[in-house]
Design a protein around this ligand. Structure first.
Ligand SMILES: C[S@@+](CC[C@H](N)C(=O)[O-])C[C@H]1O[C@@H](n2cnc3c(N)ncnc32)[C@H](O)[C@@H]1O
Length: 238
């Protein structure tokens, strides 16, 4: 028999590292959603290695949305990664999340995590105003979106601020820079969004309102300016 913590997680499971570290911004939003609720319904776009499965409690219902079947095979292979193997059962929906999320029942999720924006070529159609409206429609009252927008080349926070305003969502950001190499945590930028501003209080230290920059236009299904996002990131480092 495995020893479990008070939330039912095996205590011998290694903690996730990098962006998924328990002291990071994504963990803050997951914890705030789980706090005081014995069971939550969570969607997570982007399976990757399945690191976020570490946060699944036995009573929760989690669904990962992943476009790449090879990623699913690799994450499920316990010889490579053990996050899924060690976690309570989760569902995986294969396909482009912008399409597969359409089949999710309205108002059925307490949290939807979007974690597909860290690579060099980002799926812009997952970030637009229309996409945010789709996600918001899947949230139960008081539900939250968490957008992981760490990106080496693109400054995305101001785009999310503009898109959130257009979609009628409040937004807060944690720019987690205070990381120690020894703790295997990576600096990260996470934005939490909700139709209900009260849902964004109490996420933890370091969260600040994400103000809109009027010079940055919202990205829609018909307009996105990746070059400007590249330029803003470059200008930050000058
Ligand atoms: C950074 S990884 C996610 C890491 C993951 N959250 C974890 O816990 O380890 C990004 C993932 O998003 C997936 N992805 C990219 N575009 C997608 C799309 N349109 N729909 C669904 N998944 C997508 C990629 O295939 C990749 O597996």
């Amino acid at each position: 028999m495995r020893l479990r913590d008070v939330e039912g997680r095996p205590i011998d499971r290694p903690e996730p590292t990098t962006y998924y570290h328990p002291q990071g911004g994504l963990a803050d939003v997951i914890r705030a959603t789980q706090q005081g609720r014995p069971a939550v319904r969570v969607g997570a776009v982007g399976l990757g290695t399945g690191s976020l499965a570490w946060y699944v409690r036995p009573s929760d219902q989690w669904t990962f949305f992943e476009i790449d079947p090879d990623v699913v095979d690799i994450a499920r292979d316990p010889r490579r990664f053990r996050f899924l193997a060690n976690a309570p059962p989760v569902a995986v929906t294969l396909g482009d999340a912008r399409l597969t999320l359409q089949a999710v029942a309205p108002a059925s999720l307490d949290l939807l995590v979007l974690d597909a924006f860290s690579s060099d070529a980002i799926p812009v159609h997952l970030l637009t105003v229309e996409a945010l409206r789709l996600y918001a429609g899947k949230l139960a009252p008081g539900g939250r979106l968490a957008l992981h927008i760490s990106n080496r080349n693109l400054e995305l926070a101001s785009v999310v601020a503009a898109n959130a305003a257009e979609a009628g969502l409040s937004a807060v950001i944690r720019r987690d820079r205070d990381v120690e190499p020894a703790e295997q945590r990576t600096a990260s930028d996470v934005v939490a969004l909700s139709a209900e501003p009260a849902a964004l209080a109490g996420l933890g230290p370091g969260w600040k309102p994400l103000a809109r920059d009027p010079s940055v236009r919202a990205w829609t299904d018909d307009y996105a300016n990746v070059f400007a996002a590249l330029w803003r990131r470059w200008a930050e480092g000058r």
